[in-house]
Design a binder for this molecule. Structure first.
Ligand SMILES: NC(=O)c1ccc[n+]([C@@H]2O[C@H](COP(=O)([O-])OP(=O)(O)OC[C@H]3O[C@@H](n4cnc5c(N)ncnc54)[C@H](O)[C@@H]3O)[C@@H](O)[C@H]2O)c1
Length: 376
């Protein structure tokens, strides 16, 4: 039996990870530490809360004392570190929080792990592991013909978000090298799936369409991302936690490069088809284009590009595939359809998370339309 601390477990990837882990390893102890920012939602963990070995703790990763106490009391030997400020647009308008949470927060966790696992009773923690979840954005931007990012691609972060994640990766590496803290790092491409906050590209487009709003596309819509279903990301994390080599970095991706425009068009077609097949959707979402006799694609609108918008990300996950047998299992078409269905069937969830403070922030950022451009 393993005992895990999952930081950021009430967020998008964190909550999917918790559901995945409980299903696959029901005997393991799982403690979530999450401060519940706008992006953290206890409703994401409702199903997990019934599980006897699950515990939720509301708290901040920057609270070193709290983390040390949790590690000792709960005898936690694995940390899966997901907590972060994660939205690029927010990092552009307010970088300070990103520096504080993503860099100082990670450092605080590393200090706690070092103190408890390496300087305390070592017999109580015979096989500790600190796994840091990071992003492909640390590698910067690729040109159209460039080879995909490998684990040895130099870091060239372009946004304050990416820079803060890059700095946290370096700290994790340094704690392994200097103090011998057993760490692994994964750098993953863009995720999609259920429970993703509707400020990110895919849920934003879904929610905008269902609410009869336009789909503002950044620039020419030709920015390319490698999209991975969140469940496949969790599978990659599981492989690394089980057999990943200490001190190693693993890229996680699915060789699924899509331009933002192609992705949004695919989503539009899926939405049109679903409304054609399920007549009750017209009554539930009267503002959606198909309910008004329009095609979803007619809602597309090109707007001024994001500052410093990276052009292309592509991930080479050969190391994870070759060493640990990783392969994504969910095709993009299937994953997009199931994600769309999830949002259609969980309207109370997305309406609740788009509360007043979220709407105020949106209006502040994007003016009266209160809707950000669709970019990732
Ligand atoms: N979403 C992606 O496509 C993607 C891709 C690659 C890597 N990542 C990384 O994966 C991790 C999770 O991403 P996500 O999309 O689920 O993010 P998210 O924004 O949905 O969730 C972040 C979670 O962290 C919590 N949190 C924030 N600050 C905290 C603090 N100080 N203390 C405790 N908890 C705090 C939030 O409440 C939230 O529950 C992040 O580290 C992100 O950089 C995300």
């Amino acid at each position: 039996m393993s005992r895990l601390l999952v930081t950021g477990g009430a967020g998008f990837i964190g909550s999917n990870f918790i559901h995945y882990w409980i299903h696959r390893h029901p005997e393991d102890r799982l403690v979530v530490l999450d401060s519940l920012t706008y992006a953290g939602n206890p409703a994401n963990l409702e199903a997990a809360a019934e599980h006897p070995s699950f515990r939720f703790v509301q708290g901040d990763i920057r609270d070193q004392e709290l983390v040390e106490e949790l590690l000792r009391r709960e005898a936690l030997e694995t940390i899966v570190h997901l907590a972060a400020e994660s939205h690029v647009d927010r990092s552009i308008s307010g970088p300070d929080l990103f520096i504080d949470v993503n860099i100082n927060g990670t450092h605080s966790l590393l200090k706690a792990a070092r103190r408890v696992w390496l300087e305390g009773d070592k017999n109580a923690f015979p096989k500790p592991r600190f796994h840091h979840v990071s992003t492909d954005e640390v590698y910067g931007s690729l040109g159209p013909g460039d080879a995909a990012f490998t684990e040895s691609t130099p870091y060239r972060p372009n946004s304050p978000y990416a820079a803060s994640k890059a700095a946290s990766d370096h700290l994790v590496r340094a704690y392994q090298h200097t103090y011998g803290l057993p760490t692994t790092i994964s750098n993953c491409s863009n995720n999609y799936g259920p429970y993703q906050f509707p400020e990110k590209l895919i849920p934003l487009c879904i929610v905008n369409l269902l609410s009869g709003k336009t789909l503002p596309i950044y620039g020419d819509g030709q920015n390319v991302r490698d999209w991975l279903h969140v469940e496949d990301h969790c599978r990659g994390l599981e492989l690394i936690l089980k057999d990943g080599r200490i001190g190693e970095i693993y890229n996680i991706g699915s060789r699924n490069e899509q331009t933002n425009l192609d992705l949004v068009r695919l989503l539009c077609r899926s939405m049109d088809n679903l409304f054609a097949k399920r007549s009750e959707l017209g009554d539930r979402y009267p503002e959606a284009p198909p309910s008004r006799g329009q095609l979803c694609e007619e809602s597309l609108e090109f707007v001024t590009d994001r500052l410093g918008h990276d052009r292309r990300y592509a991930i080479d996950s050969s190391r994870l595939e070759g060493e640990l047998g990783f392969g994504s299992t969910i095709t993009f078409d299937r994953g997009m359809e199931s994600t769309l269905l999830w949002y259609l069937d969980n309207e109370p969830w997305w309406r609740a998370v788009m509360d007043e403070s979220y709407r105020e922030w949106m209006t502040d950022q994007y003016g009266k339309s209160g809707s950000p451009p669709a970019g990732a």
